[in-house]
Design a protein around this ligand. Structure first.
Ligand SMILES: NC(=O)c1ccc[n+]([C@@H]2O[C@H](COP(=O)([O-])OP(=O)(O)OC[C@H]3O[C@@H](n4cnc5c(N)ncnc54)[C@H](O)[C@@H]3O)[C@@H](O)[C@H]2O)c1
Length: 262
């Protein structure tokens, strides 16, 4: 049964990049539950296929590297034929990489920027004409708290995530009032990316606890919490919000160290 809690999503075609796992998979599932037809674009076609199979016929899976211009062009065209003109876009595909500037090779820098930033530009470039023809569209670009603050040794990742804020603002300015575009900035979310990041750590629970303690909420986020914000920003409920970078970060970094509480 279609849930109409987020008006403006039902019957629309949404594209979610990196939709097979983690935050993207939660977006695919949640948007489909709101009645959208959802195209899941992911490198991992098998994971995308099994996600689509568990949700139903209003989700279709497309296997591609979204940082490749010609593949994005062909795939968006195919999505329009299969599911109807896309008017909702969630740019979410991302990869992480650890390294200072002096530790990062040209290839690593290019790959991070290609996946985390260029793919957002490529997908927006292909989808915006459909939105303009339809007279309406909404884009959510998944950035990070690391658009504003930085861990140690994430130079390329941080640069890509800060770039997403500028790109989102530029799209919002260029295509208003027809298209709204916002960035969201999650703190730590429980996804395969997080599992990969701590894969080599011997005491995983200790590092996770350290992570939870950084947040005022004393926990990390679930992918569904991020998907709900994405749905809100794509829906008519957020009709006067555009060009913003919205943090969904459990209040990390707000508290000043010393306390005078006794
Ligand atoms: N997990 C976190 O703590 C966290 C925090 C802040 C921001 N983010 C951002 O949220 C987004 C999703 O992160 P996640 O944690 O769900 O990641 P994830 O690794 O769990 O899932 C990412 C998905 O993207 C796909 N993907 C990667 N490169 C691709 C490419 N070139 N083409 C197509 N698909 C590709 C992967 O196959 C995977 O299915 C990323 O942009 C990430 O930077 C994550």
């Amino acid at each position: 049964m279609v849930n109409d809690a987020y008006p403006g999503l039902s019957g629309k075609t949404a594209i979610v990049t990196g939709g097979a796992k983690g935050i993207g998979a939660a977006c695919v599932q949640f948007l489909a539950e709101q009645g959208a037809n959802v195209a899941c674009l992911d490198l991992d076609k098998e994971a995308g296929n099994s996600l689509a199979a568990t949700i139903g016929p209003n989700v279709m899976s497309y296997g591609l590297d979204v940082s490749k211009s010609s593949l994005v062009h062909e795939t968006v065209k195919k999505v329009a034929e299969d599911l109807g003109s896309p008017t909702l876009l969630v740019n979410n595909a991302g990869i992480s990489h650890y390294g200072t500037v002096t530790e990062t090779t040209d290839q690593q820098w290019d790959r991070i920027l290609d996946v985390n930033l260029k793919s957002y530009f490529l997908c927006a470039r292909e989808v915006i004409p459909y939105m303009l023809s339809a007279g309406k569209g909404a884009i959510v670009n998944v950035a990070s708290v690391q658009s504003f603050m930085s861990q140690q040794r994430v130079a390329a990742y941080c640069a890509s995530k800060a770039g997403i804020i500028g790109l989102s603002r530029a799209i919002a300015v260029d295509h208003a009032p027809t298209i709204r575009c916002n960035a969201i900035c999650p703190g730590t979310v429980d996804t395969p990316m997080l599992a990969d990041a701590i894969a080599d750590v011997s005491d995983k629970e200790a590092i996770l606890q350290e992570c939870r303690d950084m947040y005022l909420m004393k926990r990390i986020a679930e992918p569904l919490e991020v998907a709900q914000l994405v749905a809100y920003l794509l829906s008519n409920l957020s009709s006067f919000i555009t060009g913003q970078a919205i943090r969904i970060d459990g209040g990390i970094g707000l508290e000043i160290g010393a306390s005078v509480r006794d």
